[in-house]
Design a protein around this ligand. Structure first.
Ligand SMILES: Cc1ncc(COP(=O)(O)O)c(C=O)c1O
Length: 399
């Protein structure tokens, strides 16, 4: 197809230069391009469960389509789903949540975007984990906030250092982002760390975005939410959803739980952008929350088992080492002994070993020295990936 000559320069809004990205999608398309050339690639780059959505959830969606759940619904979500989420969050976080405090959105991600749009003024400071989910930093910069990263350390099993957080708080701090279990490190913030974080915040009017999208995929101990700390509920925006828990990444559904006055504002942003989340998807999500939960337990056990096997294997490869994650489905491997910089190493493993992984720097500057491997792939593929990485290391790393 002939490309048309462009007569008019594209002049973007200045803010677009501040927008970041999520590298996983770029690496995925690079890996797919290699596959189209006939190369065999093992996909350990993308953060989504390899399991199928449980059958009863799919059935609920099919029924909903047949019953005519194919129209617009309320911007904040279907009342029956908001009620179900309110009950679920009340039960799991030990607080009282009303349906008016729930906003259903297409995925967990929009809650990040809407929270920043609703709360952050130019120059307001946002504290967040680094390495961390890249969209936090992207959104902070996009809305004109000041990004205040907290480095995560392997020696602490990547649990955020809350005393370090204390040192970053200033009168301009507007929002603190907590993520547990954490992407990309699999680190978990335990109850004592979270209670200490709440103590440090004290009576300051700082909001907390608690990203708990992996809360059902924590391997040990019950997850603990800052929302459960007395006095913190009105300053917490809980982000949770269905993508990871029920293997529903492509359905696009998640939710935020927050004080009702903020929920109204987030709903206005929904009305201005998406109008509403797909109605039949919401009916499926209702079936997910109210139905049999055994599939979640199976997936969590499987992710833990695969993580153990993958960590064990990596620790036997020259130059690589890894700690056992405490949740989610990622292994954040230390590659400093390879002598390589993370991004070129990820590129080399993709091009030369046929293993797609992400550079730790895709999650922020403090991710240097690490690669993220997603274990959301079959045990056979994980073992094959280890074999390929081992062969690559033997051929390319010396000493
Ligand atoms: C920490 C974290 N929060 C939120 C999300 C977004 O999830 P969703 O696909 O539901 O938008 C992800 C997805 O990778 C994530 O890793």
């Amino acid at each position: 197809m002939a490309t048309q000559a462009i007569a008019h320069e594209l002049i973007l809004a200045e803010r677009m230069s501040r927008l970041g990205t999520e590298t996983a999608f770029e690496v995925l398309s690079k890996a797919k391009a290699l596959e189209r050339q006939g190369r065999s690639i093992i996909h350990l780059e993308i953060g989504e469960p390899d399991f199928a959505t449980p059958e009863h959830i799919v059935e609920a969606a099919v029924d909903a389509l047949r019953e005519g759940w194919t129209h617009y619904g309320p911007s904040a979500g279907l009342p029956e789903l908001r009620e179900s989420i309110a009950r679920y969050v009340s039960r799991t976080r030990g607080v009282t949540v009303t349906p008016e405090e729930v906003v259903v959105v297409p995925g967990g991600k929009p809650i990040m975007f809407y929270t920043m749009l609703a709360l952050i003024n130019e120059g307001d400071e946002v504290i967040y984990p680094n390495p961390g989910f890249p969209i936090y930093e992207s959104m902070i910069n996009y809305v004109g906030g000041r990004a205040m990263p907290i480095p995560l350390h392997e020696e602490r099993d990547f649990a955020m250092d809350v005393e370090g957080m204390a040192r970053l708080i200033t009168p301009r701090t507007k929002l603190i982002i907590l993520n547990s279990p954490q992407n990309p490190t699999g680190g978990v913030l335990g109850r004592s760390d979270i209670e200490r974080a709440a103590e440090i915040i004290g009576e300051r009017n700082i909001m907390v975005l608690a990203d708990e999208i992996y809360s059902r995929l924590q391997f040990e101990d019950e997850p603990f939410s800052i929302m459960s700390v007395p006095g913190m509920q009105e300053r917490t925006i809980l982000l949770d959803g269905f993508s990871k828990t029920y293997a529903m990444t492509g359905w696009r559904i998640g939710y935020g739980v927050m004080r009702a006055d903020l929920a109204n504002q987030i709903t206005r942003l929904m009305t201005n952008s998406n109008s509403c989340t797909a109605s039949f998807t919401q009916r499926a999500a209702l079936a997910a929350l109210e139905g049999d939960q055994s599939a979640v337990d199976v997936m969590r056990a499987e992710f833990e088992h695969r993580s153990q096997a993958f960590v064990y294997g990596l620790n036997h490869i020259r130059g690589f080492s890894a700690r056992m994650p405490k949740g989610a489905f990622y292994v954040f491997a230390n590659i400093s002994q390879t002598g390589w910089v993370a991004k070129p190493l990820a590129d080399a493993l993709l091009a030369e070993a046929g293993v797609a992984a992400l550079s730790g720097t895709a999650f922020g500057k403090y991710g240097e020295g690490y690669l993220r491997f997603s274990v959301a792939n079959s045990m056979d593929n994980l073992m094959e990936a280890l074999k390929r990485i081992d062969a690559w290391a033997k051929a390319n790393l010396h000493g």
